[in-house]
Design a protein around this ligand. Structure first.
Ligand code: LMR
Length: 352
């Protein structure tokens, strides 16, 4: 039996976690033979609800669930963590944009970055889900001077999954036969869901869909899907977000499927001309617990405009949180040659 790994999770009594925790405990996130220790973190007012969830987890008698601890202090909950999932944040309501949450949410992520730097395992992998996820991840990473920026990511797998699911529904294909979809940029309504390199049953997706449908309907549908779910449900996505967290972490840990790539928001190393140092979603392949940006994709003028628009939004968001970004970590975020590019030596940079 493997030694258990520690997973620290904020917002643990929230609705995303209500789906997520049970998936983690059955081995969906890491592996079917990997025991886990859940270090569940909540604000003091939610500790009662969290105790109820812990009882339910216990009542499932999951063989892989080694133990559970409950925390109302982040610094205690993150001790020794190999994986940190930052879900806890004020959610947006109907009619709001995620960027409106920066002032209220970003400072907590800067604090959490400092605590992760101090108390988590040195090889920790961090996923930020709380919105605005990209800029919150930047705040966390910039406040963790002893860790690599490549240890911090934000979730755009939800958008990536949405793009595959909606394209599958439109074309009648099975989502598993849709590959090489890319989400570029921010997890916001400026993101660019790019089908320019996508395939359906191995053939170019763009030869199987109408260009006008793609440009006038599909792109906006993905960009605004989170808001549409809020409008319909009265609250933000929960089960689909949990599934995306599972997919993101599973692939980061275990590797990307052959012939495919995934979208992850990571600190930009300047690839595709995107400003260095912002957290931007790229097409990546994962292997050996690392990720590597897929290189050499041809970028059309149409795509370039969309990629630049979402980059500009992230640069504006970065200015808004300038006070939370210590000078001492600026250089490490501008030069990622060790953190991001090292994967090149483990795997040849080709699409099979
Ligand atoms: C989503 O995309 O569903 C989440 O980011 C929640 C939101 O505010 O839309």
């Amino acid at each position: 039996m493997k030694r258990p790994v520690r997973i620290a999770i904020t917002g643990a009594a929230g609705s995303v976690c209500y789906s997520l925790l049970f998936k983690i405990a059955t081995g969906e996130m890491i592996d079917q033979d990997q025991p886990v220790i859940l270090q569940l973190i909540e604000v003091p007012e939610a500790m009662g609800a969290l105790r109820g969830i812990a009882m339910e987890l216990e009542d499932c008698a999951f063989p892989l669930l080694h133990s559970i601890s409950l925390h109302d202090k982040f610094e205690e909950g993150v001790v020794g963590a190999h994986f940190v999932l930052l879900l806890g944040a004020k959610p947006r309501g109907p009619g709001m944009e995620r960027s409106e949450l920066i002032a209220v949410n970003a400072p907590a992520f800067a604090d959490q970055g400092r605590a992760i730097n101090q108390f988590a395992n040195r090889d920790v992998k961090v996923l930020v889900v709380g919105n605005p996820a990209n800029t919150n991840a930047l705040c966390a990473s910039r406040n963790a001077p002893d860790l690599s920026p490549a240890q911090f990511t934000a979730l755009t797998r939800l958008d990536h999954n949405r793009a595959r699911g909606i394209l599958a529904n439109h074309t009648g294909a099975n989502p598993k036969d849709i590959r090489r979809v890319t989400i570029w940029g921010n997890h916001s309504n400026t993101q660019f869901p790019d089908l320019g390199h996508a395939t359906i049953y191995g053939e170019p997706a763009m030869s199987q869909v109408d260009e006008n449908w793609y440009r006038d309907h599909f792109i906006q549908k993905i960009q605004k899907r989170g808001a549409a779910v809020i409008e319909a449900r009265g609250r933000s996505s929960a089960a689909s977000a949990a599934q995306a967290v599972i997919n993101h972490m599973h692939d980061w840990i275990n590797g990307t499927d052959e012939n495919d790539w995934v979208s992850m928001a990571i600190v930009s190393d300047g690839s595709y001309g995107i400003a260095k140092g912002i957290v931007y979603s790229f097409p990546v392949r994962c292997d050996y617990g690392r990720f590597q940006i897929v290189r050499g994709l041809k970028i059309s003028d149409f795509a370039r405009k969309k990629m630049t628009a979402t980059e500009q939004e992230l640069l504006t968001e970065m200015k808004t949180v300038a006070d939370l970004l210590p000078k001492e970590t600026e250089a490490s975020h501008q030069n990622l040659s060790v953190g991001l590019r090292s994967g090149q030596y483990l795997r040849t940079d080709r699409v099979r």
